[in-house]
Design a protein around this ligand. Structure first.
Ligand SMILES: [Zn+2]
Length: 424
């Protein structure tokens, strides 16, 4: 493949410098360069936007253990198709990622797929059982980018504190699926209107807020960079924003589905509206949108969670938790935040680049010469309709099928191992 590129006449949008103007971008051997290379492949980008590839801190690729739902390769291609160039995978595979061998396996499979940079997170506790710490330093040495037991919280406060003390020394963030399993019980929807209407058991916001408060207290005590995954409640938003303002090293992420939907959108018993934490009330959703708009919450992440259609068809009570996100996130969030709420497109882009990069202790992605050419060329002006039959994911479980939105990746270029591209 030609490794020299000229992306011509696009709108260059750089979250690091705030630059936003029509121009050309030059790439040679995976690096952005400041003059046009000879014999380059030309991409005509007039009418399109050229920006650093998006980073997703929260994806579930189901390999090993459930490759029918998603493999590392299918998930990686879905990510590139959606405009992402870096993803952080969750460790709740079978076996779970609690050994250096499993970390190495994920990195190796992603390298073979050669579509995006995959950064594996690894388990805080052995097999995510919450009983005994994993060997965090060995996992870090193998390349773990973060520690989390996602799918479960670590309920034992002492164990969580010990993990955060070690992670702080290793310089690796701890991420928490903050939800008290006892309070959540057998709940399947937010403990609110939709649960009552459909006569289904609820998950109270307090199940989330109490664990977020615990995590913030431990972050303050240990100094560990602590990231709250998939925030859904207004209480969690308020706690994180207040703690961050006091200088406690805590961040949080908002998913496209928690931003764009609430339990008022659950009109019938449809498993594609079941995720954990659940869609909460319109007031919770509005608090989350406000925090993303004003930067109180710095990061968006998809919680891309593929499941087989047959399982999702079982209805809300029996279906597994989780929905897809990688191939709809750009359009859903651009439509909601920029088109409908008037957010500065640069700030929108920062929530997908600068925010997640800083959680990973990386510099803000940029279009400046000398940096790695992880680039997405996007059409941010043409409305389109989400059609799950076009997904590159192995799964189809989205609550956004048939939804109109604006903003779509056209070409994704990734520099990790030379240049490859995903054309939509
Ligand atoms: Zn989770």
């Amino acid at each position: 493949m030609n490794e020299k590129w000229i992306i011509r006449n696009g709108e260059l949008m750089d979250p690091a410098t705030g630059r936003r103007e029509i121009g050309d971008l030059y790439i040679a051997n995976g690096i952005i360069v400041d003059r046009a290379p000879d014999d380059a492949h030309v991409i005509e980008a007039a009418g399109l936007t050229v920006m650093p590839g998006l980073i997703d801190l929260h994806v579930h690729f189901r390999e090993p253990g459930n490759e029918t739902a998603e493999t590392i390769a299918s998930g990686s291609h879905a990510a590139a198709h959606g405009g992402f160039t870096t993803v952080v995978t969750m460790p709740n595979t079978r076996p779970s990622v609690d050994s250096p061998e499993q970390v190495a396996y994920a990195i190796r499979q992603a390298a073979a797929a050669n579509a995006v940079e995959l950064l594996p997170s690894a388990c805080i506790t052995r097999d995510r059982r919450g009983k005994e710490l994993s060997d965090l330093s060995a996992l870090a040495a193998a390349g773990a980018a973060a520690f989390t037991d996602d799918g479960s919280t670590v309920s034992d406060d002492g164990l969580m504190k010990a993990a955060m003390q070690q992670a702080a020394l290793l310089g690796i963030p701890v991420m928490d699926h903050a939800l008290d399993p006892i309070m959540a019980g057998n709940g399947v929807l937010h403990d609110g209107d939709a649960a009552r209407r459909l006569n289904l058991p609820g998950i109270p916001s307090a199940a989330e807020d109490t664990v977020v408060a615990r995590d913030i207290a431990l972050a303050a005590e240990t100094g560990c960079a602590t990231h709250i995954q998939h925030i859904s409640s207004r209480g969690a938003v308020d706690l994180i924003v207040a703690a961050a303002a006091r200088g406690i090293p805590v961040t949080g992420e908002a998913t496209p589905h928690h931003l764009a939907l609430s339990d008022a959108d659950i009109l019938e018993d449809d498993g594609n509206f079941k995720m954990n934490p659940p869609l909460r009330s319109p007031a919770d959703r509005d608090a989350l949108i406000a925090a993303i708009l004003n930067g109180g919450i710095t990061t968006m992440a998809t919680d891309h969670a593929p499941h087989l259609a047959a399982l999702k068809a079982k209805g809300i009570r029996r279906a597994p938790f989780g929905v897809l996100g990688l191939e709809t996130a750009l359009g859903i969030t651009y439509q909601l935040l920029v088109v409908e709420h008037g957010m500065d497109p640069l700030d929108w882009l920062r929530r997908w680049t600068q925010g997640p990069a800083s959680v990973l202790k990386r510099p803000c992605p940029t279009l400046q010469a000398g940096t790695r050419a992880d680039i997405v060329v996007a059409d941010l002006s043409t409305p389109w309709t989400i059609d799950s039959s076009k997904f590159l994911s192995n799964s189809r479980n989205t609550p956004f099928g048939g939804r109109r939105c604006q903003g779509r990746a056209v070409i994704t270029l990734k520099a990790v191992r030379g240049i490859s591209s995903e054309m939509s």
